[in-house]
Design a protein around this ligand. Structure first.
Ligand code: PMP
Ligand code: GLN
Length: 387
């Protein structure tokens, strides 16, 4: 029989799926796949319930319900001063995952080069390659994951179509500084490149830092597609509502890809997210404050268990380096052992790298109830003989 597509066939089942399955099988605390264990804001869910009951429940406009596109544009203005035309610059997608795919399918021409930072979120490379691009990977190094400027410059060439910038960054918890973004912007201008900006954790930034969309830097408004996710902003990851904002010349092909792949997204959840994006500043501030408290709680628990905790300034995730534990095996084996023996599920970072991968970094999701984080910490302390 003829083979299926070779690009996608080469990839394994996602680590997030695998670790969530192992968590269920081992009755483990799941700090692997990043999803909150609460139900999202009551008022936002109520709007979805009412909209489902009242309808309409038929196909909404392909780019998204007008009220959600307007809300996304208003949110861009409110938080970042962006002036967006909701009709020509916003498209509502089935989560950020589908937004990313639409950007890659819409913007990449076979043979283009795409610059990405390692560790990479797991859907980037399969889709970038499926779209026909040649990835150019630039590795960030722990503990601070600073931008390696010279290496980044070497990754750019006249063939560079775009760079993928994920800030705040999963899994590193890095928040790109204005200075780093400016360096990226300068390269984009020099090499006539675009950026796909994965900003799903835009509201999950800690320690008084500010999220800066690359799109807000001089000359970047015309070159960036900015992606957000209601999953993260409203702790409703299962809803899979994402949105892209992009200038009309980029919006067109991104929208065409969206239209060809899924056409439109469930209307009731769109309505609810439109409502949610209009919530007052206190909502967004308390979301970040609450997550920062959980970051601190988890970091303390990991340190008590004797693990080396790396800095984290945003997202749902904190990473430890297990080098000094002297574990006889790599990070994947470590994670498998941990889920079976300590009954705590995690994500080994090596699966988010290619080539000579680091083998001692383990990610923990802290977007969980305090009691759950405490139970995980207790299990880890016991497992590592610290309790
Ligand atoms: N990008 C990053 C960096 C993520 O961590 C995630 C996690 N879910 C996504 C995109 C996908 O978001 P969504 O669930 O909205 O598809
Ligand atoms: N973003 C989530 C994480 O990093 C996973 C999303 C997914 O399962 N695709 O854990």
């Amino acid at each position: 029989m003829k083979p299926a597509n070779s690009v996608l066939s080469a990839y394994e089942t996602s680590v997030f799926e695998v670790m969530s399955r192992l968590a269920r099988e081992n009755d483990a605390v799941n700090l692997g796949q990043g999803f909150p264990d609460t139900n999202g804001p009551d008022d936002v869910r109520r709007v979805a319930v009412e909209a489902t009951e009242k309808g309409p429940n038929q196909y909404p406009p392909s780019p998204g319900l007008p009220e959600l596109r307007q809300a996304v544009a208003a949110h861009g203005k409110r938080f970042y001063g962006l002036d967006l035309d909701w009709q020509k610059e916003v498209v509502v997608t089935s989560g950020a995952t589908h937004a990313l795919a639409s950007c890659f399918l819409g913007l990449i021409e076979p043979g283009d080069e795409v610059v990405l930072f390692e560790p990479t979120f797991d859907t980037y490379l399969p889709m970038v390659r499926r779209a026909g691009a040649i990835p150019k990977l630039v590795r960030l190094q722990p503990p601070d994951w600073k931008l390696p400027r010279e290496e980044l410059r070497r990754a750019f060439s006249p063939k560079t179509k775009l760079i993928v910038v994920n800030s705040p960054m999963n899994p590193t918890g890095k928040v790109f500084s204005r200075d780093e973004l400016q360096y990226i912007a300068d390269l984009m201008l020099e090499f006539d490149a675009y950026a796909v900006c994965d900003e799903v954790y835009e509201h999950l930034v800690f320690d008084g830092l500010k999220h800066i969309p690359l799109m807000t830097l001089p000359g970047m408004r015309e070159r960036c597609a900015r992606i957000g996710s209601a999953g993260k902003t409203f702790s409703l990851t299962g809803w899979k509502i994402g949105y892209v904002t992009a200038p009309p010349n980029l919006w067109q092909p991104i929208f065409r890809a969206h239209q060809a792949v899924i056409f439109s997204v469930a209307p009731a959840t769109q309505k609810a997210v439109a409502y949610g994006l209009g919530k007052d500043d206190a909502y967004f501030a308390s979301l970040a404050a609450e997550l920062q408290g959980k970051r601190d709680r988890m970091a303390a628990g990991l340190a008590r268990a004797g693990l080396d905790v790396l800095p984290c300034h945003g997202t749902y995730f904190i990473t430890v380096d297990i080098k000094k534990l002297g574990f006889n095996g790599d990070d994947v084996e470590f994670s498998k052992r941990l889920v079976a023996d300590a009954r705590v599920a995690t994500i080994p970072l090596s699966v988010l790298y290619e080539g000579e991968v680091p083998r001692t970094l383990i990610r923990f999701a802290f977007c969980k109830q305090d009691a759950v984080l405490d139970e995980a910490s207790r299990r880890l302390a016991k497992h590592f003989g610290a309790a």
